[in-house]
Design a binder for this molecule. Structure first.
Ligand code: HEM
Length: 359
């Protein structure tokens, strides 16, 4: 047996110290300790607590429809980014229309995000994925605020309803969320996915051939003229009215959106998705998105991928917005949970026009 002499004790303390330091390093890296305590998995747990667990479905934007088409670049984007998608060429697109929230059968007549997700494939195989909402700004600026907002608005297990005191406490600390909700209540809402504008919300960097960087946001603006829905009628609309409408429109012909890139000026915030940039910023029309097919998720290519906003071609890079890396991790965690789960049919599974459509 080894005797506990001073050198032996010192050696044991050194080994123990190294093990402890390594343990702390691993724990921090894995997000178990501050400063990264908020893990993607914890955010997905909070999404499930908020909207219930629905096996096989996305943990946010659970209700959706696969779509496909192409992006026709007009060449204007090549002055901002060397991404091949901006050469004067067409790129194939797959995508997804969705509504916000984690409930896959929620009625469409709600004040929730209406969203468009896209994956553009360049000739060299690189992809540009994105997930866009119908609002130019987001209710929160940081992943922590997203998590706190979810927790504050989740049903209280005792009453089955959100606790107004928790919501008030959250709002007192987050005037930006209150401002977003007020804006959402007041702004006109379109009648259809087809006449909706979809926004990147987060800022990104475009890098041109000379390595010059442009800070940008972008939006897809519909060629179908805007028409406002009477919000008072929302609750009386059929459960799938938005999706059934876009499926019927696509059966009659393609739908088109212009891709508009907005260029920031010095001082415009690139790390805060709750702040809109001034309206007079330079806007460049870089091409047309043409969507010509819709398929239920069971048949389409959109189901088993994520529209991770950090899957970017060379020439497009993330900004300093803290939401972007969080989104990337959380989308992967949501996919890891839903992939392989056996779920019920999607809400649109019985729509005959979307069932028939081929990927
Ligand atoms: C920290 C902030 C955010 C979190 C935690 C979050 C979380 C999620 C999750 C878990 C999904 C489902 C992923 C999947 O299983 O494929 C999702 C989808 C989506 N998110 Fe976010 N999100 C955030 C911010 C945003 C922002 C800023 C936007 C808009 C620019 C956005 C737009 C979307 C859209 C459109 C989808 C649906 C994509 C699809 O159809 O697959 N999200 N989000």
């Amino acid at each position: 047996m080894t005797r506990l002499t001073l050198p032996v004790v010192l050696r044991l303390l050194t080994i123990g110290g190294i093990v402890l330091v390594l343990g702390v390093v691993f724990a921090v890296a894995a997000g178990w300790l501050p400063p990264h305590r908020l893990t993607p998995g914890a955010i997905v747990d909070a999404l499930e607590a908020h909207d219930g667990r629905h096996p096989g479905f996305r943990r946010a934007h659970a209700k959706g429809l696969c779509i496909a088409g192409s992006f026709a670049s007009n060449g204007n984007g090549a002055s901002l980014s060397k991404a091949r998608v901006f050469a004067r060429t067409d790129s194939p697109v797959i995508g997804r229309f969705s509504t916000g929230g984690g409930q896959p059968y929620a009625p469409d007549g709600r004040l929730a995000f209406r969203s468009l997700a896209l994956s553009l494939t360049q000739a060299n195989g690189e992809q540009w994925r994105m997930a866009l909402d119908d609002t130019p700004i987001f209710p929160v600026a940081t992943p922590q605020a997203f998590f706190d907002f979810l927790r504050a608005t989740s049903p209280d297990p005792k009453t089955g309803k959100p606790d107004p005191a928790r919501i008030d406490a959250y709002m007192a600390d987050h005037p930006e969320t209150r401002a977003f909700l007020r804006w959402q209540q007041q702004s006109p809402l379109s009648t259809s996915f087809a006449n909706e504008t979809f926004y990147s919300i987060n800022a990104f960097r475009f890098i041109d051939d000379t390595s010059k960087t442009w800070m940008v946001r972008w939006s897809f603006e519909p060629e179908t003229p805007f028409e406002a829905i009477d919000k008072a009628t929302l609750g009386a609309q059929p459960a799938n009215f938005l999706f059934d409408d876009v499926i019927a429109r696509l059966a009659r012909g393609p739908l088109r959106w212009r891709l508009i890139v907005t260029i920031a000026e010095p001082g415009d915030p690139t790390d805060d998705a709750t702040v809109v940039w001034p309206a007079n910023r330079n806007r460049i029309d870089v091409g047309t998105l043409v969507i010509d097919r819709a398929m239920i998720e069971e048949n389409g290519a959109c189901r088993n991928i994520t529209f991770d906003p950090l899957i970017l071609p060379s020439g497009i890079a993330p900004s300093d917005d803290p939401l972007l890396p969080a989104r990337s991790g959380v989308y992967a965690s949501s996919l890891a949970r839903r992939d392989g789960e056996h779920g019920k049919p999607s809400a649109l599974a019985e729509n005959p026009q979307a069932r028939r459509a081929q990927p």
